[in-house]
Design a protein around this ligand. Structure first.
Ligand SMILES: Nc1ncnc2c1ncn2[C@@H]1O[C@H](COP(=O)(O)OP(=O)(O)OP(=O)(O)O)[C@@H](O)[C@H]1O
Ligand SMILES: [Mg+2]
Length: 241
């Protein structure tokens, strides 16, 4: 094993499960799902970490109402601040003050560094929010966190499913464990997503309805936890066992 990979693995020694939230498509609700999944598991009394690896558009800090104005404490590594019971870490602490564009090597180095210095301690679950698409970040994470299982988020749209199909094929090719597909912003039962999952041989984890009041809950975890979105998420979380 490469030295840096083994450092990362030693940081994760006491993490029981890693769940990555991905989609081939942008804007389908990955960050909302990842944040709510973390809140929901934490509410059940489990020890949960949330890691935001979206370099261009980190958003879980916005969803959870975290001000990334001070760098987390350092002691033999970085200690994730605890936000509403969740151990929270985000690329935003590394990228906030830097202008937009990162090249492939910068992306890989930031991800490597973040994984190599974060001290998660003991966790039941580490939830990872991934950026849209099938770029360097997801390929790095597949390589660096080989024990991860994946949740793929989509919306009921042919356009989104075309991109999701590509991601599912890549996960399959690389032998990456798939927990299943979540249908977000769902507006009717038995949509094209259930049929799509059957064709792809992917578990269908359930549907999250369009929640008109979700925008009001952004930045307020208490409101998020009582939202219709969270209610729908609980049904999905129950299926994860
Ligand atoms: N079920 C829903 N009902 C209403 N609004 C939703 C729902 N799911 C997500 N949203 C809203 O859609 C927007 C996009 O969600 P989110 O940022 O989670 O998507 P994403 O897939 O992470 O996007 P990106 O690809 O940019 O990372 C947000 O404003 C979010 O509040
Ligand atoms: Mg996102």
């Amino acid at each position: 094993m490469e030295a840096r990979t083994s450092v990362i693995q030693s940081r994760l020694e006491q993490v029981k499960q890693i769940i990555c939230v991905a989609s081939g498509k942008g804007g389908v609700g990955k960050s909302m799902v990842a944040s709510n999944l973390a809140l929901s598991l934490s509410q059940k009394g489990l020890k949960v970490g949330l890691l935001d690896l979206d370099l261009y558009g980190p958003s879980t800090h916005v969803i959870l109402g975290v001000q990334p104005d001070s760098f987390p404490d350092e002691h033999h590594g970085i200690i994730p601040p605890v936000v509403h019971g969740i151990n929270f870490m985000s690329v935003v602490y590394f990228t906030e003050d830097k202008p937009g564009a990162f090249r492939g090597d910068d992306i890989s180095n930031i991800i490597l560094e973040l994984l190599a210095i974060t001290q998660w301690g003991s966790l039941d679950y580490l939830i990872v929010d991934l950026p849209p698409g099938i770029g360097d970040e997801i390929l790095d994470v597949i390589h660096l966190l080989p024990q991860s299982k994946y949740i793929v988020v989509t919306i009921p749209s042919k356009v989104a499913l075309r991109a999701v199909e590509k991601l599912l094929r890549i996960l399959k090719e690389l032998d990456v464990p798939l927990l299943g597909v979540i249908e977000n912003m769902s507006f009717k039962k038995d949509s094209m997503v259930t049929a799509f999952c059957e064709t792809e041989g992917a578990p269908y984890l359930g549907r999250l309805g369009f929640d008109e009041s979700l925008e009001d809950a952004i930045g307020d975890p208490k409101k998020l936890q009582t939202s219709l979105f969270a209610e729908d998420m609980d049904v999905v979380v129950a299926k994860l066992g």
